[in-house]
Design a protein around this ligand. Structure first.
Ligand SMILES: [Zn+2]
Length: 326
């Protein structure tokens, strides 16, 4: 019989682990059924302009959404909104909501984080429609933690599926539809495989010359032969004089950070995270996107001077990287 250092048999250790998981699962179940925050009112009533934007964007030509006559002849007898727009009606854009705070969802996430389930991926979404909504309807939404699974092991890692349910209500308090949204909060699987190469850039007839020059260690900037204007990224026609004649100059490799983002998701295995991405103002007057080299997100600052170095990423790809000035 196999005995561990603590003097327990392997099966005793396993039982203890299973018991820990059961206790944790029970703790998680305490969140099921809780509503997350107060009801969210839609900023606008259901309206034709937003319907128009949606159906034009997705190419939906069903006349019942915009054509009064066709809608009257349909079984709805009036214009209705596409059912899939449910979520669009209550979206609040980029303005943060005032009531965001420490509710059950944040507490549940903290509990999951405490056990190392720090990564998240959305897995699926199901919508149910109780009735069509129509212009003039004023909707609101409530969000509830619908279910939390037992610990499951997937290709991404081990974790718990968390399903939230958004219910959409009309002004009379009748439900018009519902959406189940499922994510998995998981512990990332241990990395054992070597990093795959960076995804190859999309090269075309119009930009492959720029990547070819990088392979020879040269950072080029496209120049219009008509008016002399520099441009980046490479493209076939000058935006100022519309000339399609061009040549290029070699960049001095100096500039400053115009702006930057620090990416956390989605995790592409070719990169290390958090992954900073810079928009660099080259001293020649064009902007280029690149990663910094030997820098942490804390080192980044808008306006900070950089020097640009060309580095080989793999046999087929070299790219510019920004080194922060001291
Ligand atoms: Zn030009």
């Amino acid at each position: 019989m196999a005995i561990t250092r603590e003097g327990m048999t392997v099966s005793q250790v396993q039982q203890e682990l299973d018991a820990d998981k059961r206790v944790f699962y029970e703790q998680l179940q305490g969140f099921v059924g809780l509503q997350i925050g107060p009801p969210q009112p839609a900023p606008d009533e259901v309206n034709i302009p937003m319907i128009r934007h949606l159906v034009e964007a997705v190419g939906d030509e069903n006349p019942i959404y915009l054509d009064e006559t066709a809608a009257r002849a349909s079984r709805h007898s009036e214009i209705v909104a596409p059912p899939t727009m449910l979520q669009a009606w209550v979206m609040h854009g980029i303005t943060p909501r005032s009531n965001e705070g420490d509710g059950p969802y944040e507490q549940m996430n903290r509990l999951l984080f405490s056990k190392g389930f720090t990564s998240v991926v959305a897995t699926n979404c199901e919508q149910v429609y109780d009735r069509y909504v129509k212009p003039g309807d004023r909707l609101s939404m409530t969000t509830t933690i619908d279910s939390i699974s037992e610990e499951k092991t997937t290709g991404l890692g081990t974790g718990h599926f968390v399903t939230t349910r958004q219910d959409y209500w009309d002004a009379n308090g009748n439900r018009v539809g519902s959406m189940l949204f499922r994510i998995i909060r998981f512990r990332p699987a241990a990395k054992s495989k070597p990093k795959p190469p960076r995804p190859a850039p999309a090269t075309t007839h119009d930009n492959s010359w720029w990547f070819d020059a990088l392979k020879e260690g040269k950072l080029l900037i496209q120049r219009c032969k008509g008016c002399g204007e520099l441009r980046n990224p490479p493209h076939p026609m000058c935006a100022s004089c519309r000339s399609t004649e061009w040549d290029s100059i070699e960049a001095k490799g100096t500039g400053s950070i115009h702006s930057y983002v620090v990416t956390h998701y989605p995790v592409v295995p070719s990169f290390d995270y958090p992954l900073p991405i810079l928009l660099v103002d080259l001293d020649e007057g064009v902007r280029m996107v690149m990663n910094p080299i030997d820098a942490t997100p804390e080192d980044l600052q808008i306006g900070r001077k950089v020097t640009v170095e060309v580095h080989k990423c793999d046999a087929d790809l070299s790219l510019p990287f920004a080194r922060l000035a001291k």
